[in-house]
Each structure stands twice: as structure tokens, then as C-alpha cells.
Design a protein around this ligand. Structure first.
Ligand code: COA
Length: 277
């Protein structure tokens, strides 16, 4: 892995990281990058089968792994998964709040329950994760990493629920950085751009559009899960020991132009759009 050519392979040796939504996609990519630098990795998600498959991949890299199912909407389940991680791997020092839900929906057609579901998973789930991890992070003077999105600061069509949730995450992140700094706990957000081969991209961009998506990014390529994983390694490491309350864009510059070009791409494949868009 690229990261092991750049950073010490034992950078996170003896440290436990806990990653929500760690069974796939960007979050599994983060898990693998941290594991490659020696971290013990705890992952949670809703489906035990998916977690077990991810755990096998991480163990094959030599990592010690805990994989306990927990829905981030259920704080007691999260606390139990974090306790299990502490018992089998050691006290948690890095938490990645990555679990998210997304689907495109025209605002006028989205039900209140649909809006609430995404806010519950993304925003309430991120709060639950931070809240449940607090005691362990205080012990280790650890670090929180939230996975945000461009939707946090640019309006994106058919994403009213996600825009609301992600904007909430970032101001919550800054609030936690402010409040918990006195315990030595850092909090930051990563803003991924369009990342290749992820569930999020499958849901938002029509199939076969990767080249067009890449052309809409100033760096003219889509991101990879390793792009995000490498940034998580930086934020989790002592290299970032004075970085707190920050939002790091890892999007190839995609959000610099706002969401206009992205909206055009989404419109080409989106099913649930209003008739008069
Ligand atoms: N368009 C409009 N509304 C939708 C929808 C869609 N594509 N998908 C779900 N909803 C609505 C449902 O209709 C329901 O509201 P209603 O009761 O008023 O009809 C509400 O959202 C809850 O749906 P449900 O399927 O019960 O939620 P869930 O908790 O089982 O699943 C989701 C959560 C909807 C976010 C689901 O897509 C999911 O599990 N996603 C996880 C993976 C993911 O999204 N990854 C990408 C992250 S970037």
C-alpha cells in the first residue's frame, strides 16, 4: 500500500481505532490504511456478515480486529461494540464516524420519515458515536474524524436531507473540538469528493459515468478510498497533533465550483426527480 512507503509501518502500533460503517467503501478503505500502519481495528455496521468479510480482509493484512454489529442509531449497541473493542484490542484512541445513508430524492416528494432517516443515520448517528466514545477518548487523549460531504456547505439538488445532515455534522464537529479540547481530544472532518467504486457513487451517479464525473473534477480524476484513508492516517497521527476543528477537503477540488456540474450529471440518471426540473 502507498501509505507504507511514506509513513512508518508501526505508526499506530498498539492503538485501537473504531470505525462506524467500517464494513465497506470509504470506511473500509480507512480501516485498511490505518491497519497497514499497525493499528488494531474495530469496525461496526448493521450487517454482521458484511463485517465478517471485512474483518477477514483486515486480518489478512495482519491486523487485530473486532467486528461487532451495531446500528449508529442505537447508542446502547454502539457502547457495547466499543466496550467489546476495548476488551479485545485495548482502549480506543481514534474514532471514525463514517456510517451514512443516502439516496437522491426531490424535496417535494421526500417523506418526513425519509428526511428523518438520513438525519438519524448521519447526524444523530455521528453524535451517538462521539458521545459513546467519549470516556475512552478522554483516557487516550484521542481523536475524532467525521466523514462529511460537499453537501455540508454547497446546496445539492435532490439532497436536501443529506445537506441538512452533513451541515449539522460539521458544526457539531467544531463544537466538539471546542468543548473537548480541554480533555486533549481533537475533532476534524474529511470531505470526500466523488470516490470510485463506492455505494455513495452508485446511488448518486448513473452507471457508466465515471469518465464524465472525472472531467467535472479540477484534478480530472475520481478519488479512491485510499485518498480518504491516507488523510485519515494524517489526522489520526501526531503529524496533526495541533489540528482540531478543521475540515479537510479530499475532493480533487470538486466542490470549488459548487454543485452545478454535479447536478447535470445526476440529472442524467436520477429516477426520483420532480417533473418540472
Ligand atoms: N427515495 C425516497 N424515499 C426513500 C428512499 C428513496 N430512494 N429510500 C428510502 N426512503 C424513505 C422510505 O420511503 C421511508 O420513508 P416512508 O416510511 O415515509 O416511506 C424512509 O426513507 C426510511 O426508509 P427505510 O428503507 O425503512 O430506511 P432504512 O433505515 O432501512 O435504510 C436508507 C436507510 C434509506 C438510508 C438506506 O438507503 C440505507 O440503508 N443506506 C445505507 C447505505 C448507503 O446509503 N450508503 C451510501 C452512503 S453515502
Amino acid at each position: 500500500m502507498e501509505i507504507t512507503r511514506i509513513l512508518a509501518r508501526d505508526l499506530f502500533a498498539g492503538q485501537t481505532v473504531f470505525i462506524t460503517g467500517g464494513g465497506s467503501g470509504i470506511n473500509l478503505g480507512i480501516a485498511k490504511n490505518l491497519a497497514a500502519l499497525g493499528a488494531n481495528v474495530a469496525i461496526c455496521g448493521r450487517t454482521q456478515e458484511k463485517l465478517d468479510a471485512a474483518a477477514d480482509e483486515l486480518r489478512a493484512m495482519g491486523a487485530k480486529v473486532s467486528a461487532v454489529a451495531a446500528d449508529v442509531r442505537d447508542i446502547d449497541a454502539l457502547k457495547a461494540a466499543m466496550e467489546a473493542a476495548r476488551e479485545s484490542l485495548g482502549t480506543i484512541s481514534v474514532v471514525v464516524a463514517g456510517a451514512a445513508g443516502n439516496f437522491p430524492a426531490a424535496a417535494e416528494k421526500l417523506s418526513s420519515k425519509g428526511f428523518e432517516t438520513v438525519v438519524d443515520i448521519d447526524l444523530v448517528g455521528a453524535f451517538n458515536t462521539a458521545n459513546a466514545a467519549f470516556d475512552q477518548l478522554r483516557e487516550t487523549k484521542g481523536s475524532l474524524i467525521f466523514i462529511s460531504a460537499g453537501q455540508a456547505f454547497s446546496p445539492y439538488a435532490w439532497q436536501v436531507h443529506v445537506c441538512a445532515a452533513k451541515a449539522g455534522i460539521d458544526n457539531m464537529m467544531r463544537t466538539l473540538a471546542l468543548e473537548w479540547g480541554r480533555f486533549g481530544i481533537r475533532a476534524n472532518s474529511i470531505v470526500p469528493g466523488p470516490i470510485k467504486d463506492t455505494e455513495g457513487m452508485k446511488r448518486l451517479a448513473p452507471p457508466g459515468m465515471d469518465d464524465k464525473v472525472a472531467q467535472a473534477v479540477p484534478l480530472k480524476r475520481m478519488g479512491t478510498v485510499d485518498d480518504i484513508g491516507q488523510t485519515a492516517c494524517f489526522l489520526a497521527s501526531p503529524l496533526a497533533s495541533y489540528v482540531s476543528g478543521s475540515l479537510i477537503m479530499v475532493d480533487g477540488g470538486q466542490n470549488l465550483e459548487g454543485s452545478g456540474r454535479w447536478t447535470e450529471l445526476m440529472a442524467a440518471g436520477i429516477r426520483d426527480k420532480s417533473d418540472d426540473m
